[in-house]
Design a protein around this ligand. Structure first.
Ligand code: DX5
Ligand code: ZN
Length: 224
């Protein structure tokens, strides 16, 4: 089972200037982003709207070699698998809460050629993942209620991250929401290795420094 995990920083472009999404993305990549975390919202699963597969497809045409994760905050994740695969998405991360047959959605994502991310809202018990953990490439523990950037980090979610790390030492575990220089230590200590950070990175005058110091913190705890 044991694979060597590495720390990866995936900035969320939600709070970037979306009128220049390409430039904002290139800047993040040039400053050391390991992947891009693209927040897709449908105004139904969450009370907000962002963008969908047409925008992701345009971005992919201009950015060929960077790992794209779409964080699907949508009520019908099943519906967007094919369009997102066609748009060139590498990993399709969806919320289990509105889904009846999580395993079936996981399989469909894999068949479409993407990696599978399974996301849990703060109120969802972590042990629901045991049923389909074999089908998931990554588990995302939300550290805010999904829907908006710039919210306060929920420290009480760290117990879920720790539970996952204790039970699945080789699993990619992602945290998302309120993660930045002030909260990274808690995430890293609990065992997260994939770090989504929105406002803390986008709003920083030195993106490179913020991302590299978070990465260093995570690497300091990993595989030790
Ligand atoms: C929230 C999104 C997050 C968000 C992160 O629903 O899933 O990815 O943009 O932004 P910060 O880091 O500002 O909480
Ligand atoms: Zn997100």
């Amino acid at each position: 089972m044991s694979k060597i995990l590495s720390a990866k920083i995936g900035p969320s472009i939600l709070n970037a200037d979306l009128s220049i999404l390409y430039e904002e993305s290139v800047k993040l990549i040039d400053n050391g982003a390991d992947y891009l975390h693209l927040d897709v919202m449908d105004g139904h699963f969450v009370p907000n709207l962002t963008f969908g597969h047409p925008v992701v497809k345009c971005l992919r045409k201009k950015i060929k070699n960077v790992f794209f994760e779409t964080h699907m905050m949508v009520s019908k994740p099943d519906q967007w698998i094919e369009p997102m695969a066609d748009a060139g998405v590498d990993q399709y991360t969806f919320h289990v809460e509105p889904v009846k047959d999580v395993g079936a959605v996981c399989r469909k994502i894999k068949e479409a050629g993407m990696k599978v991310g399974v996301a849990l809202k703060p109120g969802t018990e972590v042990d629901v993942v045991t049923e389909y953990i074999e089908l998931a490439d990554m588990v995302l523990i939300m550290t805010v209620e999904p829907g908006f950037g710039g919210q306060k980090f929920m420290e009480n979610q760290m117990v879920k991250v720790k539970w996952l790390r204790d039970n699945y030492p080789g699993l990619d575990i992602e945290v998302d929401g309120g993660v930045g220089p002030n909260t990274i230590d808690m995430c890293a200590k609990a065992g997260a290795n994939m770090i989504v950070s929105g406002t803390a990175v986008i709003g920083s005058a030195d993106q490179r420094k913020v991302m590299s110091s978070m990465k260093q913190t995570v690497n300091g705890y990993l595989n030790n």
